[in-house]
Structures are given as C-alpha cells and as structure tokens.
Write a protein that binds this ligand. Structure first.
Ligand code: IPE
Ligand code: IPE
Ligand code: MG
Length: 261
C-alpha cells in the first residue's frame, strides 16, 4: 500500500502477516490514517489516587505501544492529539509538566524511532512553544524526514480552527485568486498537507466530541469512542477499533454499493 504522490517520501507499509491474521481484517480494509484523541490521563490517575502528571506519564509511554501496533497492521499515518491550543488554559504546573514529558520522550526515543523507520511530523503551531522544546521537535522532524515505514504525526499546540486560519492567511499572502481556491488548494495549505485524510478517529475515555481536532480533515472520518482511558488503550483495544471500522460501510454521500436503479 502506497501513499500516492502526495506524501514525500512515499510510505511503504510492511504489515506483519501474523499481526494481520490475529486482527482478522483484510489489508484493503485497514485504515490508512488513524487519528487518536488521547483523552483520560487525568481520570486514569485519579482512579489510582495518583497526581494528574502520573497519568500523563503513563499516557506518553503508551504512544509507543500503539504506534508499534499500527505499524504491524500496515497503517500509514498515525496522528496523535498531544496538546491542544485550548490546553494552555490548564494550571501552569500541568502545562509545564506536559511540555517536559514531551521534550523528554523525544530526547529518549528519537534514536530508536529513527532506526525503526518512523517519520515524525509536527502538526500545529511552533510559535509560543519554549525554544528548547521547539528545537527538539524541529530536530526530530528533520532527522526522520526520509523515513518511510510509518508517519507519526504529532498534533501539539494544535487547534483545528487555528489551522484553518493559518491556511487562509497563507493563501491570501500568496495572492491566490479566489476562483482558484478549491478543496485541494485549501488542503495543501493545512498542516497536514500531503497526508491523506483520517479514515478513523478514535477518542478514548468516553467523550463524544472532536475538541477542535482535525475539523476540516475529519469530514468523512469514521468515529470510534471507547470508555478506556488512554493509558489503558492497548493493542487489543486498537484491534477492536480497527475491526469495528472494517465492518462499516463508508458511503461518502452516495448510495450503498448494493442498491442500484
Ligand atoms: C488527555 O488527558 C491529555 C491532554 C489533554 C493533554 P486529560 O488530561 O484530558 O485527562 P482527563 O480528561 O482529565 O481525564
Ligand atoms: C482533547 O482533550 C485534547 C487532547 C487530547 C490533547 P481535552 O481533555 O483537552 O478535551 P475536552 O476539554 O474534554 O474537550
Ligand atoms: Mg480530557
């Protein structure tokens, strides 16, 4: 399976046959792009009588496990919602803790992720991010840009509305005539330029909302909500989500394939 023309370099998935057999979903029914709203770290910690940051730590560690499972199933892009433009409104200590965790996990994991062929991308604004963390993100993106096994797209300091505004500004700045602005041109100015739209969006810990996540790109995504808190969302939970997705019929506004005349 190949990302046509759009993404550079081309992602060449190599699904693990045993993993696919266990999953029981044919390769053509595997979502190319999965977005995850990683929610519930705080509740996970609270349920254990731990501070919220312990939940964020466990949540950060969980990313690796889910990324590996996605790679084994042949998913091309995994977008994770790590920090929203609205999350700055949390108490300063929690915000600082989250920044520190991200910085640390890039520092600790970059070498291994690079060796495993993971292409790291950042999705969001880098303005306003502390210089040290900003440098680490830029380094991770630069170092892994030619990797082609799977894309880990990190939505950090991300907001769907901010992204749309940034695209509008870029389009106006470039002086593109109004009649030339179509969906393709617009998409090419989003942070996700070159990536396919998400096929499946998963939200952990039970809330039925997008919270400003990929609001343009999610137009036809299938939505899956699980009560599991993010730190508990493991390979088995991911398999449930993919099986559920694979059983659905996507219509994109058309009539079902079976009905004719
Ligand atoms: C998700 O967990 C992580 C971030 C939003 C950064 P939360 O921190 O939102 O956890 P809950 O919703 O309070 O349980
Ligand atoms: C969404 O979770 C943002 C991330 C997962 C990073 P929130 O916990 O911030 O969302 P709300 O506040 O419940 O909508
Ligand atoms: Mg939350």
């Amino acid at each position: 399976m190949v990302l046509q023309q759009v993404a550079k370099p081309t992602i060449v998935t190599r699904p693990d046959p045993d993993a696919l057999a266990e999953l029981g979903v044919p390769p053509e029914r595997i979502p190319r792009h999965i977005g995850i709203i990683m929610d519930g770290n705080g509740r996970w910690a609270k349920a254990r009588g731990l501070p919220r940051l312990a939940g964020h730590r466990a949540g950060t560690q969980n990313i690796r496990r889910v990324l590996e499972a996605c790679r084994d199933f042949g998913v091309e892009v995994l977008t994770i919602y790590a920090f929203s433009t609205e999350n700055w409104q949390r108490p300063p200590r929690e915000v600082e803790g989250l920044m520190r965790l991200l910085s640390l996990s890039i520092h600790k994991q970059l070498k291994e992720l690079d060796e495993e062929g993971v292409q790291i991308r950042h999705c969001g604004r880098l303005e306003g991010v502390m210089p040290r963390l900003r440098r680490r993100i830029e380094e991770a993106v630069e170092r892994t840009k030619d990797n082609n096994r799977i894309i880990l797209n990190v939505a950090f300091n991300y907001g769907g509305r901010a992204e749309i505004l940034d695209a509008v500004r870029a389009i106006v700045r470039e002086g593109i005539p109004p009649e030339e602005i179509d969906e393709e041109v617009f998409s090419a100015h989003l942070y996700t330029a070159g990536l396919p739209d998400p096929d499946l969006i998963i939200r952990t810990s039970g809330e039925y909302r997008l919270s400003n996540f990929l609001i343009w790109q999610a137009a036809y995504a299938e939505f899956y909500v699980t009560p599991a808190y993010w730190p508990d969302f493991d390979r088995q939970e991911l398999m449930k989500a993919i099986r559920d997705y694979a059983s659905r019929e996507r219509r994109f506004g058309r009539l079902p394939d079976s009905s004719s005349g």
